[in-house]
Design a protein around this ligand. Structure first.
Ligand SMILES: [Zn+2]
Length: 274
């Protein structure tokens, strides 16, 4: 899937990231400075009206497939809920150089951060992997820390993907429609590490959202930032049902496997979870 012209301009894209941050905050998935967002833009963008200050940077991971493209990325330590008030001050624009090992970081004079998000390596690696596979000219990655999903990942049984998905996708008929591949689950790995980056890339090949155990969730979309945020919201809502059921002694029935298979058939969903 690719975005076709006329392309959204940088002000629109920056505003979209700000709105996404606001929504993540609204659902309790972005306390303090938690969470980060980036988008890959594979069309020519002139950043200097919004981000006039340029500096060369080394990219934390080589992304030759993203060369000549650009990324809009949240700054480290910034509050996602505040990004909407002044997107330019909270975001950086990275133009990827030929070869994909270096870039130019463009920022605003009102810039409120020193570095880009500490998870920039994972963001870059996910964009690269997805763009390489699908040839898309747009890709969004969102990391947030939704309470219920993260809480469940502290319970060992929920780190098994088959168990996790059969438990979570049983609470609403739309769940299997919205998350037909279910959720992936990556074990706990140190934030910002190469190991976390590699495991996330692998998991997001088969899923559009994955859990970072004992930490949070990462979602991707080749259509819009909002779709990635929606995936986090759908998964978090499912986890809230599940957590409620755990605390009431498991009295909830949930949709049965037969009922979920009937929904999937009716909506033409190819799924392997139930
Ligand atoms: Zn985090």
């Amino acid at each position: 899937m690719s975005i076709t012209p006329p392309y959204p301009d940088l002000n629109e894209m920056a505003a979209v990231l700000g709105e996404a941050g606001r929504r993540l905050s609204d659902i309790g998935a972005s306390e303090g400075a938690a969470g980060n967002i980036s988008v890959f833009l594979g069309w020519p963008v002139e950043p200097r009206r919004l981000f006039p200050i340029a500096e060369p940077i080394e990219l934390p991971v080589a992304v030759p497939e993203l060369a000549r493209g650009a990324l809009l990325v949240t700054g480290s330590g910034r509050r996602l809920r505040e990004a909407m008030q002044d997107p330019a001050a909270n975001l950086g624009f990275v133009a990827v150089d030929e070869g994909g090992t270096t870039g130019r970081l463009f920022t605003s004079p009102r810039r409120l951060f020193d570095r880009l998000t500490s998870e920039f390596n994972s963001h870059l690696a996910i964009h690269r992997d997805q763009v390489r596979a699908a040839g898309s000219n747009f890709h969004a990655v969102v990391h947030a820390q939704p309470f219920s999903l993260t809480f469940l990942s502290h319970i060992p049984a929920y780190r098994d993907e088959a168990f996790l998905n059969r438990r979570l996708l049983r609470w609403q008929p739309e769940a299997i429609v919205n998350l037909p591949e279910g959720l992936g689950c990556v074990p706990f790995l140190v934030p910002g590490s190469d190991a976390l980056m590699a495991a996330t890339v692998e998991s997001l090949r088969a899923h559009r959202i994955t859990i970072w155990s004992k930490h949070g969730a990462v979602a991707r979309s080749d259509q819009s930032v909002k779709r990635a945020v929606d995936r986090i919201e759908y998964a978090e809502t499912a986890a809230r049902y599940e957590r409620a059921d755990l605390t009431n002694g498991g009295q909830g029935e949930g949709l049965t496997a037969d009922e979920i298979r009937a929904v999937a058939r009716a909506f033409g969903i190819d799924q392997k979870i139930f």
